[in-house]
Design a protein around this ligand. Sequence first.
Ligand code: C5P
Length: 247
Amino acid sequence: MGDLLPPPHRGSQNPGVSDPRIIVALDFPDAKEALAAAGRLDPALCRVKVGSELYTAAGPALIETLQKARFSVFLDLKYHDIPNTVASACVAAAGLGVWMINVHALGGRTMMEAARDALAKAKMRPKIVAVTLLTSMGASDLAQVGLGGTPQAAVLKLAQLSQASGLDGVVCSAQEAEALRRQCGKSFVLVTPGIRPADAGRDDQSRVATPREAIAAGADYLVIGRPITRAPDPMAALRAMSAEIVR
Ligand code: C5P
């Protein structure tokens, strides 16, 4: 990390001069690999996402190091518990100074409102978005857990509930973004994974969109992992995708 610059300041109030739309998923097993990957990226062009594997292994110290290197961090821990526990977890996450956090909309309105209310008192309030339905869940998975209807209907309903509960937005596929943008309006934040450049493989993602398609569908932020972190030149890949979606 020695080649990364010190920060002007940390946390959600740390967007720098730009507001990068690309969030690079640091899906690595430990801090060493994650920091090596981050060290090959420019925080003026991207944010980073730390999920449960990396956070469990590397914890708050890693978040602090990334923020010192000027990256704003999406802490992707998908909280889902009783309202009091989720609210407390959100306050703890806000204390780390992260830019964005998330919860499961299936935790219900009371849980989401508790999270929102707890964050309202935080010194640095991260954006808080909901995961509607995991994209790994199809119609048969819904039926197995006793939920009827199609995944699409569940996504729209859970997004509506997230918005009514005062959350800032949802994580959704690019395929869902257009309908959600129509339903939830301009200021509701849509965070979209499953992004692949036109000439890239899909890895294990089944429904993919290019960066340009996702933005055209209404996405605000794009979560991109392997197409950048596993590229021979991650910075070149990041630059190319940023250029594709320039505002
Ligand atoms: O490497 P790739 O671009 O497929 O990484 C996508 C990232 O977005 C991963 O961290 C994955 O866990 C996350 N994600 C996803 N689909 C969702 C929600 C999150 O791929 N529905």
